[in-house]
Design a protein. Structure first.
Length: 253
């Protein structure tokens, strides 16, 4: 990071975000790569080993990584503004060039009472343009964007359509054809999500059909059943029945 130290609260009011690793609980992972030559196919972003690999590249300035976990219970993590705000701040912290763009953007949009009016924060379209300016900047490391649990974005909120707006952002970023941009999206295969993401995806992985996913769920259920204090008293046949039923009912989730 450079020497810039400013507050972006007027651009992103009440902003909160996390940058934890993407979860493995969604049924489909879409991986969009706009340059498939000499590109490591990082399909399962939920793999801690893969995340560690990218973290290592980050240390040497060879990659940037930004997460956004959608959460319908959190107003800042379920819509387009939350996504854009989170990505901008995360990327701005990983590159002096990105930080300079974000700082200039802040100066252009922060409240200026002396002009006779106040502009409390940037619009969503202005935030999107700023993100695009960052991503199109030449000479930067490969950018990995992970959007986890897209289906957690509500379909409608009043007159707004949060999920549709987030999908539009993803589609716009892919259509920019930026060679060093990688996007990973995890979601349940909802009817409104599939038609948008499937045509864009370089690779799609359905976790329902993955043997490893089913095995991991089964092992988790077994561990819980055999270690729970109350369940330890159950008959072996009852324990096995619970394991089989829960693993089957989980349906890969």
């Amino acid at each position: 990071m450079g020497n810039v130290s400013i507050s972006y609260r007027c651009l992103f009011p009440k902003l909160m975000f996390t940058s934890s690793a993407a979860g493995a609980g969604k049924s489909v992972i879409w991986y969009v790569s706009l340059s498939i030559v000499r590109v490591r196919r990082l399909i399962l972003f939920s793999s801690s080993a893969t995340i560690d690999d990218i973290r290592t590249l980050q240390k040497y300035g060879l990659a940037s990584l930004a997460f956004f976990y959608c959460d319908f219970r959190d107003g800042q993590k379920k819509d387009r503004r939350g996504l854009l705000s989170s990505l901008l701040i995360q990327l701005g912290e990983q590159s002096d060039a990105y930080s300079a763009i974000l700082s200039e953007f802040y100066e252009d949009h922060r409240p200026r009472p002396r002009r006779g009016f106040e502009q409390p924060y940037a619009s969503d379209s202005e935030l999107a343009d700023c993100l695009k300016d960052m991503l199109k900047l030449p000479g930067q490391a490969t950018v990995h964007i992970v959007i986890d649990a897209l289906d957690e974005c509500p379909v409608t909120t009043g007159s707004q359509f949060p999920r549709e707006e987030v999908l539009e952002i993803v589609e716009d970023l892919v259509n920019l054809q930026i060679p060093n941009l990688r996007i990973c999206v995890t979601s349940r295969p909802e009817a409104d999500i599939l038609p948008v993401l499937e045509p864009l995806a370089f690779r799609s992985v359905s976790l329902h059909g993955e043997d490893g996913q089913v095995h991991d769920i089964s092992e988790y259920v077994k561990s819980f059943v055999h270690n729970d204090r109350e369940m330890r008293r159950w008959k072996a046949t009852d324990k096995q029945l619970v394991i089989e039923v829960l693993t089957k009912k989980a349906d890969g989730m």
